[in-house]
Ligand binder design. Structure first.
Ligand code: GLU
Length: 487
């Protein structure tokens, strides 16, 4: 535990959905806050009006809440406890920009797009490593500036970065990080539409919201020198920085849509459990120092520390996510799985009237070890919900011999004479028939399985018979004899 109670924030720009990388950032902030008895703030960085997307904020909050990442505070927006929205705080940013201008740390720039374009072309021609503004407007006289402003000439406000200075900051994940200010552009702080850029709004808000730790993705590392300059110009204490490692595809390229799903929503729709996704995402760049991989949220909170976040890129391994999903699903109480199956069944339009809770619970007990996703209770054991219409061809070829129908007929009769049979009763009856026929039990078991389930693999065949019940069992044996016949 750190002594001061930390305040952290997740500060997404609303792009329409929550990216897996965003979920990881939000989660690490959340875990850090909860571990240290601190606060987790949600701030929507929506100052780029060109990128405004209807419903994006709602989507984002929905995905966060689905994952269990409830934020702790926010202003009252229209009677609702909302996240902080930067678009509703514009006056603040203008005020702070004005302070910087007054202190010579920022300046008005009236350059036209054409001039900036020419400058860029010229710098490219000179093969400069990076296009930078040439501080042309820094040298305008007070009168020129006043005149331009009063005439309403379009302008931006730029950060006045002094060249050849070392910008040094500490990052919990990567140690001391050093930049040379000559590589930092005179960043636009206020755009011509009057909206702040990310850099200004982000720093002002982190300061005003008393954020103690800035935990965000590595892609923001190159912005940090600009932020450090801003903190210094304002004479504000800097937060602790922690830049989380990049998320990579298995081929170590940057995690992208092209190689798979990147929206949290996609995983939810595909049937991943939130527990599994959270567990998986927590391990994308962090471990507790041992090889434990299965975690519940409370264990993550208990064990999380920024010091154990890795520097190197974290590979998104779908196999592992599938495995975690299976593990989390398996560890759920059967009664919870029952509810989940019912919900899944509704989606698949399966009529439950015919299937009692007791029946479904029996299916759960035999299928639990065999499924990784809730929907597999249907896809892998559809035969519990309807009689097979087809039979696996390869299994017919392998196990259904010309003598099989006759043998199954005997089995059919033996089962018919049982009263309220339990699993063992089917088993004993089958053993007896095998003995009478002087054949191995397998000669009956394989075709029997095929007859009742249509498949060659699955849970124990006597479990299947017991769950289906005697009437259904003998009906299916008869149907298979008729349908597959002598083959
Ligand atoms: N608005 C930035 C984003 O979209 C926030 C980066 C930061 O956390 O500073 O991720």
């Amino acid at each position: 535990m750190i002594s001061e109670k930390p305040r952290v924030r997740f500060a997404p720009s609303p792009t329409g959905y929550l990216h897996i990388g965003g979920l990881r950032t939000a989660l690490y902030n959340y875990l850090f806050a909860k571990h240290n008895d601190g606060k987790f703030v949600l701030r929507i960085e929506d100052t780029d009006r060109n990128r405004y997307i209807e419903g994006a904020v709602e989507n984002l909050i929905k995905s966060l809440k689905w994952g269990g990442l409830e934020y702790d505070e926010g202003p009252n927006i229209g009677g609702q406890f909302g996240p902080y929205m930067q678009s509703q705080r514009l006056d603040l940013y203008k005020k702070y920009a004005a302070d910087l201008i007054a202190n010579g740390k920022a300046y008005y720039c009236f350059c036209t797009t054409e001039r900036l374009e020419k400058l860029r072309e010229e710098q490219q021609r000179q093969k400069l490593p990076q296009a930078k503004y040439d501080k042309h407007c820094l040298h305008l006289s007070k009168e020129e500036i006043e005149e331009n402003l009063s005439k309403g000439v379009p302008h931006v406000v730029r950060l006045n970065v002094e060249a050849n200075k070392k910008i040094i900051f500490n990052d919990v994940v990567r140690g001391q990080v050093e930049f040379n200010s000559s590589n930092v552009d005179d960043q636009v702080l206020i755009k011509s539409d009057g909206y702040p850029t990310y850099h200004l709004a982000n720093v002002v808000d982190d300061y005003l919201m008393k954020i103690t730790h800035v935990i965000r993705g590595e892609e923001w590392l190159s912005s940090t020198p600009k932020h450090v300059l801003l903190y210094d110009f304002f004479a504000w204490e800097k937060p602790v920085f922690a830049h989380l490692p990049l998320l990579l595809n298995p081929d170590r390229s940057k995690l992208s849509k092209r190689q798979g799903d990147v929206a949290v929503e996609d995983y939810r729709i595909k049937g991943f459990l939130k527990e599994a996704l959270i567990n998986f995402v927590a391990l994308l760049g962090w471990n507790a120092g041992d090889d434990k991989e299965f975690y519940y949220m409370n264990e993550l909170i208990e064990n999380f520390s920024l010091e154990r976040v890795n520097k190197s890129g974290a590979v998104f391994d779908l196999e592992k996510l599938n495995w975690l999903n299976a593990e989390h699903l398996r560890k759920k109480p059967n009664t919870d799985i029952l509810q989940m199956i019912k919900e899944e069944g509704k989606k698949l339009n399966i009529d439950y009237q015919n299937f009692s809770d007791d029946y479904l619970l029996k299916i759960i007990s035999v299928m639990k070890e065999r499924v990784s996703f809730v929907n597999e209770y249907f896809t892998k054991s559809f035969f519990f919900f309807e009689a097979p219409r087809t039979y696996e061809q390869a299994a017919i070829e392998k196990n259904w011999k010309s003598e099989t129908p006759g043998q199954l007929n005997k089995l059919h009769d033996a089962f018919t004479s049982l009263t309220n049979p339990l699993k063992e009763d089917y088993e004993n009856a089958l053993a007896k028939v095998a003995e009478e026929l002087n054949i191995g039990k397998g000669k009956l078991i394989h075709p029997l399985r095929l007859a009742v389930s249509g498949m060659s693999a699955g849970p124990g065949v006597f479990d299947i018979l017991f769950i289906l019940g005697k009437d259904e069992t003998i009906k299916r044996i008869r149907a298979a004899i008729d349908k597959i016949g002598k083959s």
